[in-house]
Ligand binder design. Structure first.
Ligand code: TK8
Length: 341
């Protein structure tokens, strides 16, 4: 009797395991495969072009590869700020992230080429880098780190805001506590201008300004407006001192695990969503300046001579960082930029 019970139990276990492993059912009808869930982390809110482009990516992927994937887009650093979410993607506990490149330069120092102040001056130059050999080279460097770059979105030209006074010359920056991204070049730039830079994750910036633990921060106009920084900041200077990408990343092994046709669909959807993202971001960058004024912000721009003063003041950063990034890569980057002028 005991022996019988044991045999029955063993049989039940085998049948259960076979069914669980997805073996063909007794009737022989193929079950439709469950879609693979792709969660995308965003540090920024649902109004930002980067978040909207992730949603667009989801729609495009569904059109190109119906039923294969279920893309879920998260906002407001719900799955972690840039650094933490990217670490999760590397470890494989999260599938995707749309992140600024600047906080990742500890992983791939070459990406810091984007952080060199005033290296990109127009969107056309940015496109030439993204869509040319330099963009491809930088993307490849992420792969040994466990990250597959699917597309270059744009964060854009960074402008400085503060609550103290308008910034027109380097001396105006002296002593201001300015939040920066967690990136050594950004820290060096603000130190060289005499500011007191404080690195912190994006999700903490609004509260830090509200509580006046910092005087200001720097981000592109769409972020300043869409994150309502005008509620806690009075002055914005359209300094365009750094141009930053938002990069769309996936865990590299996960990407490689998909059949070629799925990989192709993912890349095509990402690329198309990038065109939409850059167009929208550039439109908002122009349109939202008037809205910042309407919200009571004082908006200033550099005169050519003020700009020259800032460029001069940050030159030591080039001397220190170009060799660390790689002089050849910086030269290649600058050549791509020059060809797009
Ligand atoms: C959002 C960040 C943000 C960036 C920053 O996750 O941290 O200031 O500009 O856009 O990537």
């Amino acid at each position: 009797m005991r022996k019988h019970l044991f045999l029955i139990a063993a049989l039940v276990a085998v049948v259960t395991l076979t069914a669980y492993a997805g073996g063909s059912s007794e009737k022989g009808a193929a079950q439709p495969a469950k879609p693979t869930v792709l969660r995308i982390s965003n540090g920024i809110n649902q109004d930002h072009p980067t978040y909207l482009a992730c949603k667009r990516f989801a729609e495009l992927l569904q059109q190109k590869d119906p039923g294969k994937f279920e893309v879920q887009v998260y906002a407001n650093a719900e799955l972690g700020d840039d650094v933490r979410a990217t670490e999760s993607v590397r470890m494989g506990t999260l599938e995707m992230v749309a992140t600024s490149a600047s906080p990742l330069t500890g992983l791939v120092p070459a990406f810091s080429v984007f952080d060199l102040p005033f290296i990109i001056t127009t969107p056309k130059e940015a496109d030439a880098v993204y869509d040319g050999p330099v963009g491809a080279k930088l993307a490849k460097m992420l792969e040994p780190k466990g990250l597959k770059l699917l597309a270059y979105y744009e964060n854009g030209f960074r402008d400085v805001t503060n609550s103290a006074h308008a910034i027109k010359e380097p001396a105006d920056v002296k002593g201001l506590k300015i939040r920066t991204m967690e990136n050594p070049i950004h820290l060096a730039v603000w130190r060289s201008l005499g500011a007191n830079p404080v690195p912190m994750p994006f999700s903490e910036v609004f509260t830090a300004m509200q509580q006046k633990t910092i005087d200001g921060q720097e981000n592109p106009v769409p972020t300043i407006y869409l994150s309502k920084f005008y509620e806690v900041q009075k002055y914005v200077t359209l300094s365009n001192h750094v141009y930053g990408p938002h990069i769309l990343l996936m865990n590299e092994k996960l990407f490689e695990s998909f059949p070629a046709a799925d990989q192709k669909a993912i890349l095509a959807a990402a690329q198309e969503s990038a065109i939409y993202q850059r167009d929208l971001n550039r439109k908002l960058n122009a349109d939202l300046v008037a809205k910042l004024k309407a919200e009571g912000m004082v908006v200033t721009e550099f005169t050519p001579s003020e700009l020259a003063d800032f460029k001069k003041a940050v030159q030591p950063v080039y001397a220190e960082w170009v060799p660390k990034i790689g002089s050849d890569l910086v030269a290649e980057f600058q050549a791509a930029v020059a060809a797009a002028k």
